[in-house]
Every structure is written in C-alpha cells, then in structure tokens.
Write a new protein. Sequence first.
Length: 246
Amino acid sequence: MTTQMVAFSGANLPAALQQRLAQFNAGNVLANLGGSVELDRISIKAGRFRVKQSGMDEVVLQQLHLDGVIVLANPHTSKAYYSKTYDPNAEDQSPDCASSNGYGPDEGVKNPQSATCQTCPQAVWGSKISPRGSKIKACSDSQRIAFLPIDPSTNNFFMVDGKPKAFAMSIPAASMKALGTFAKTLSQQGLPLEIVLTRLTFDPNAEFPKLEFAFGSVLPEQAAVYILDYIEQNKDKLNELVGANI
C-alpha cells in the first residue's frame, strides 16, 4: 500500500494556523509534484536511507522508515543519464547528462546527449534494457524534493547549529505516482504537505528501492507555524536543493 487515507480534515485545524496557511499559500509542494555544488542529500540506494552532509562521510540509517516533512518540490521532472553501469567505487558519481527542468541539459553537464530532452534518444522507451529484459529509458526520471527529517536520536527535527536542516531527495520514477497520489489525498482533506508529518518506507515487494508514503500526523500548531516560517526564510536554499534555481 503506497497511500494511507487520512482521517482528518483541514477544517479542524486551529483558526490561527488556517490564517497562517492562507498567508503562506500552502500547498506549493503539491503544485510542484507531477550542479557542481555538493548538496546535503538523502538517498535510498540498496534499500537503505543514506544521509550525506557536505564534507562528511555518508551515514547509513539502520531503520527502514524515515519521518519528516516535505517542504518543497521541483516543479519539473528531473532527468539523469549514465553511460556506464553504476560502480560504487568510482570517484565520479555524476551523470553524463542531466536536466533539472526536463527541458534540456543543465549547464556544465559533461556529455550532453541532445539539445532538448524531448528529442533525446536516451529518453525513448527501449533505449535501455533492464536486467530483467524489459525495455526502459536510458535516461531516468525523478522528482526532486527537499525533506526535513526527524532525527531518530532526538525525536525532533534534524538540527545543525540550532537550526532545522533540509536535505535533497530524488524520488525515483517508480515512486513518483505514489507521492502524487499521497499528496492529492492530503489535499482533498485540506492538508498541505508542508504541515504534515510524512513517513517514508520501502515497498518490500519491489525489485529496486521503491518508496511508499504514509500520513503520520498533522504537526502541532506551534511546530507547523515554525516550519512555514522556516520555508519562507530559506527559499533560496530550498530551491537549490530541488534544482528549481537552474
């Protein structure tokens, strides 16, 4: 199950929070669903959540779930093409070609495959054969989000120097529909993702890492307002994390 129905209505939110949400224009994460700088990121390689902060070693979390808040999403589908098979020991893990907006290669990519994504031969179904013999696209799609995780050691938002820290995440193509469905389910209840605690887990039946999304709870009023303020005060950094500034 990839989407948990929410037994809650936005009409039940405190009046002060509803007013703050109206000022915030909440739901911009849902509206957005559909470089050379090392970014703080969370990956899901090999079915484990892996936290990588700039300048620090990667930390592999032993827990198979991750709680937090989705605070921003790239308004476009991102794309990445690798000409070689993944090598965990390779120093350069960057793709040969990549696009943050789904229209054309980002500036600075080392081996652009086409002037536009629409005309790219690597974006055609059958341009690659999966290990199971299925026709797939050589250039993979993903949805880039900014995720503010809960630190399991403190049961509070992940903090650095007393401030919350969001991480970039690339939601793989196989998980994008589940994320969109989950967000729309919340929206139908009048709940924007920005004030909801979301639990990320792995689909146990998937051949490759595939995420599922479940409703945890609505943030307490004080915490929700705090997160809304955090998003507005850190727009540039969050846009950088999701590649929306490219």
